[in-house]
Ligand binder design. Structure first.
Ligand SMILES: NC(=O)c1ccc[n+]([C@@H]2O[C@H](COP(=O)([O-])OP(=O)(O)OC[C@H]3O[C@@H](n4cnc5c(N)ncnc54)[C@H](O)[C@@H]3O)[C@@H](O)[C@H]2O)c1
Length: 326
């Protein structure tokens, strides 16, 4: 919609035709697929118009501003046999694929917790808070690594600069079997930080996305309790300090891989790895985070049909797996 940007892009790619009205693109008969990379509030109306016009559609994260909107988009795509993909970029990145491979091979043992930080100064968004802007990356990676939906979530934060738009948030996701993940998101941090620690019972991984070459480091460290002891003197934790190593990763541009995958799915009539349902799961978590934020960090549990607010006491925060609904 910004004519200066349209001119700039058309200058870089002279074969492209630039338009400022999305409807012209949506109505074009020679266009098979549309990518929607606009502010979050416009994802739903643009994606809906695109799908209703029979176009395969690729939507930026987060897919929409509510789970109802996501469900409607999924329904239109399914009824019309169209590919609906959502940009969860990091699931196409080589380091995240490597981490998932290591976890699935059982090298880390049981995953105990994941801690993720995505911090920097700006870029302030006006239509969504920092959790909706930055945490989708962390949430999509964490769900992919753990392979399941959380049973509950809580989120705390504050709006310091723009009223009502939180610029700092701390989110916790609780999974079955006492596993949990914490996500810190900020637009108010002096340093740019993009890191994730995955703590397993046998090994641990530190993933620093800002490193050029050594993005993943695997630590062969753990702590064991003695299997049994008779006196307090016999009780000793055993700390294991082994080597740390850096697996080789073939760098590829995730967005390029993802775009190619979208095109392949259209050609083969298959569902994308990051489809509308994954977009919906992520938006359900963000909605629950917003409800928790409004309730000063009270936990929100997930039920089958919709999220249910629960004000559990902190010490009673043991979430039964049967409460889960993905
Ligand atoms: N996956 C990632 O790594 C990643 C990174 C950055 C941004 N994003 C996502 O990309 C989207 C855009 O973010 P951005 O930082 O590029 O925003 P931006 O504001 O820089 O750019 C948005 C573009 O959309 C256009 N636009 C605005 N309203 C429109 C409308 N109603 N119809 C058509 N065009 C419209 C604007 O003219 C502008 O060119 C957001 O959903 C954001 O979450 C994803």
């Amino acid at each position: 919609m910004d004519i200066a940007r349209v001119k700039h892009v058309c200058g870089l790619y002279p074969d492209l035709e630039g338009v400022t009205a999305p409807q012209r693109l949506i109505a074009a008969g020679d266009v098979d697929a549309i990518v929607i990379a606009t502010p979050v509030k416009s994802h739903y109306p643009l994606a809906k118009a695109s799908l209703l016009a029979g176009k395969h559609t690729f939507v930026e994260k987060p897919m929409a501003t509510s789970s109802e909107e996501c469900e409607e988009l999924i329904d239109i795509a399914e009824r019309n046999g169209l590919v609906l993909a959502v940009d969860h970029t990091f699931l196409y990145s080589a380091p995240v694929r490597k981490i998932v491979e290591i976890v699935q091979a059982g090298d880390l043992g049981e995953i105990r917790y994941i801690n993720s930080r995505r911090l920097n100064l700006g870029l302030f968004q006006k239509d969504v808070n920092v959790a909706w802007d930055l945490a989708p990356h962390d949430i999509s990676i964490i769900l992919h690594i753990l392979g399941e939906f959380p049973v509950a979530i809580n989120c705390q934060g504050n709006a310091h600069v723009t009223p009502q738009v939180e610029d700092v948030t701390n989110m916790s996701l609780f999974f079955p079997h006492k596993r949990f993940a914490t996500i810190q998101s900020s637009w108010l941090e002096p340093r740019k930080i993009r890191d994730m620690t995955i703590v397993g019972s046998r090994r641990m991984i530190v993933y620093d996305d800002l490193q050029t070459h050594e993005k993943i480091r695997i630590y062969d460290v753990r702590v064991d309790r003695p299997p049994h002891y008779d006196t307090f003197a016999e009780f000793q934790y055993s700390y294991h300090y082994g080597d740390s190593y850096i697996p080789h990763i073939q760098q590829e541009e995730p967005l390029k891989m993802e775009c190619q995958h979208f095109i392949d799915c259209i050609g083969q009539g298959t569902a994308p790895e990051t489809d509308g349902r994954q977009g919906l799961e992520l938006v359900r978590i963000l909605e629950a985070a917003s409800r928790s934020l409004k309730a000063n960090g009270a936990p929100v549990t997930f039920s089958k049909s919709r999220d249910v607010m629960s004000f559990a006491e902190p010490e009673a925060r043991e979430f039964a797996p049967e409460a889960v609904s993905a």
